[in-house]
Design a protein around this ligand. Structure first.
Ligand code: NAD
Length: 354
């Protein structure tokens, strides 16, 4: 089925209000999730709602928590998300960093104890839209690992996202925003929901053999996700674990730490005002010329044209704003169930979805 973004956001916001969130908070979380769907990342869209409702009811996600600054040393900030909605505390932390960078030129911010931050690109885009460069190292903890290190079939980490953003003089920021696993776990979940196979090279079974069956991630005997880009992607994942998890969060995926079916992100974020180096115009001119040079490369068979990071998301959003957001039957049923679990009456669910 296809649902228009406004209707979907209104439904999801009401679910979070029923679960105890203030309307403003519920609206911000719903908008972030729907934006992920618009940008083509259904893995980080409204399909996360049932998990969030489950975690609210279990006391693992605090609907009224906000970002709290625990260290303020000018260009260095440490911000505790206090297990609030990542979409709220992550945005609040980003706004603190963006405000500070106007004074200091560069900010290094540790952002710890956030319930799932969702699409990390959302925070990078906020920096990019303010004309700033940003880099984000993020780890994911609170539940058992899912990703095998390079050279093994055993799970040791999760999908540890990395994001880097640069503003463009005449267009939207360039946004590299990616899981360091071969794909985001949510994408395997979506494939599992749809009964589809995943691409080769993404998963291994419990004996470390390659497989395309997403069930190995959800049904015993469990397999694992692999890193993207062999040893190089694995290396970046390790840096996300150590910089986001050990440094910003003091909480990595090692088994001495809590694993209670929560989804917690820790993020080390660098924000830089390109003006601090002087020569903003030269920077912008080089970005403009280099992007044009990249785009001028002849497309290989199977490609329509060369794009820069962030463009596929803009293309998807433009189409889905018009056509609506596709939601598969299983995910829709899970959303309806979550609405009921959160406390919305059947009559109200009918009004919102009918
Ligand atoms: P992806 O593989 O779809 O895209 C990764 C990057 O590649 C994007 O920046 C995209 O713009 C770029 N890209 C894709 N096709 C391109 C092309 N043809 N030319 C140029 N650039 C191209 O993304 P993913 O790795 O599946 O991650 C999906 C989302 O999941 C991200 O938003 C990420 O932040 C999120 N995530 C979040 C968590 C968390 O714990 N919060 C964990 C993992 C992933």
């Amino acid at each position: 089925m296809l649902i228009q973004q406004g209707r979907l956001a209104a439904f999801v916001a009401e679910i979070f209000i029923a679960a105890g969130a203030e309307p403003e908070v519920a609206g911000e979380v719903a908008d972030h999730l729907v934006e992920a769907n618009l940008k083509g990342h259904d893995s980080h869209g409204v399909g996360m709602t049932p998990i969030y409702v489950h975690n609210i009811r279990g006391g693992r996600l605090k609907v009224d928590a906000h970002a709290k600054t625990v260290v303020d040393r000018g260009a260095v900030l440490l911000i505790d998300g206090q297990l609030g909605f990542g979409q709220v505390v992550g945005r609040e932390a980003t706004d603190l960093a963006v405000a500070r960078v106007r004074e200091t030129g560069v900010v290094c911010a540790g952002v710890r104890n956030c319930h799932h931050l969702g699409r990390i690109g959302a925070y990078g885009e906020r920096c990019g839209a303010a004309g700033l460069v940003s880099v984000h190292f993020v780890n994911v903890v609170g539940h058992p690992p899912a990703v095998a290190p390079w050279g093994s079939g055993e799970r040791r980490m999760t999908t540890n996202p990395f994001c880097a953003v640069t503003p463009q003089p005449d267009g939207p920021p360039i946004v590299l925003d990616m899981a360091t696993s071969a794909v985001a776990l949510g994408k395997v979940r979506v494939a599992h929901m749809k009964g589809q196979a995943v691409d080769e090279g993404v998963l291994v079974d419990h004996e470390g053999r390659p497989t395309t069956d997403p069930a190995v991630m959800f049904d015993a005997p469990f397999g694992a996700l692999g890193p993207f880009g062999k040893h190089k992607g694995y290396g970046l994942a390790v840096m996300c674990e150590l910089l986001g998890g050990a440094l910003a969060g003091t909480w990595t995926a090692q088994p001495g730490n809590e694993r209670n079916n929560n989804v917690v992100n820790h993020m080390l974020m660098f924000v830089l005002d390109p003006a601090v180096f002087g020569g903003v115009e030269a920077f912008q001119s080089e970005v403009r010329e280099m992007v044009a040079y990249l785009r001028s490369a002849a497309p290989a068979p199977g490609f329509d044209r060369v794009r820069v990071p962030g463009e596929p998301e803009l293309k998807s959003a433009a189409a889905r704003r018009v056509d609506g957001i596709p939601i598969d039957g299983n995910s829709w049923q899970e959303l309806l169930k979550a609405a009921s679990v959160a406390g919305l009456s059947e009559r109200r669910i009918g009004e919102l979805t009918g």
